[in-house]
Design a protein around this ligand. Structure first.
Ligand SMILES: *[C@@H]1O[C@H](CO)[C@@H](O)[C@H](O)[C@H]1NC(C)=O
Ligand SMILES: *[C@@H]1O[C@H](CO)[C@@H](O)[C@H](O)[C@H]1NC(C)=O
Length: 206
């Protein structure tokens, strides 16, 4: 037999296990259309509008400074926010406050830091909201990273399922062929008892 069913399922299970762990990080720049600023940012840093030495240190050379809410919808199991803050900013995940980031050292207030992260979420749609804790405080958003199971996995899984089903079908066909050819052979032996094997008659060319 060409295929062994248990072996085939085992291989598929291993491949599925490996594919399942293929998490991918996606980065949203502060300029991404996926991010909503409830008020127009006070400063939009980009080469030409902010100091070149500073923009060189930013993700994609841009940042957005705001004193209002920043709303970031994403689909994933983890999210990381990179920003700078002088004062305190709050983080809400799906409408619940899940974090705060305070920075009081004015001398390095501009430094972009991983100010917030959360992992182990269900890999579904979420909304991260970021805002300064008090009026008059501003935050400078550089970028957001979120982790999502790579979409390629679904295609991969489909291919595996297709492969397994194909293998099962082929196994079934081969079994049937084997069964019928054995039965045919038995009947042929019974019908041609006495005639040596190998003589298949005048038409036995193939
Ligand atoms: C995604 O990025 C975060 C933060 O940089 C990192 O800790 C995590 O390991 C990354 N995950 C993947 C799957 O690359
Ligand atoms: C980086 O900025 C350019 C415009 O300067 C934009 O076209 C591009 O989409 C940005 N890349 C990312 C990853 O946001």
């Amino acid at each position: 037999m060409l295929f062994s069913l248990p072996k085939l399922l085992c291989t598929a299970a291993l491949l599925c296990g490996a594919a399942h762990a293929r998490l991918t990080n996606y980065t949203l720049d502060d300029t991404s259309p996926a991010i909503t600023y409830t008020a127009t940012p006070l400063i939009r840093c980009a080469p030409g509008t902010c100091d070149a030495a500073w923009t060189a240190r930013l993700f994609n050379r841009t940042s957005s400074t705001t004193n209002a809410y920043v709303v970031v919808p994403f689909t994933g199991s983890a999210v990381y926010a990179y920003l700078s803050m002088l004062g305190t900013c709050m983080f809400e995940l799906d409408g619940v406050v899940t974090g705060a980031y305070a920075h009081s050292n004015a001398s390095d207030a501009d430094e972009i830091q991983p100010a917030y992260w959360t992992t182990g979420l269900p890999d579904t749609a979420h909304v991260l909201t970021i805002y300064p804790a008090q009026a008059g405080e501003v935050l400078q958003l550089d970028y957001i990273v979120y982790t999502h199971d790579a979409p390629a996995r679904k295609v991969h899984l489909g291919a595996i399922i297709g492969g397994v089903l194909g293998g099962v079908a082929l196994t079934a066909v081969l079994s049937l062929v084997a069964f019928f050819s054995r039965r045919h052979e038995k009947q042929r032996k019974l019908a041609t008892r006495g005639i040596p094997l190998g003589t298949t008659g005048p038409t036995g060319r193939c």
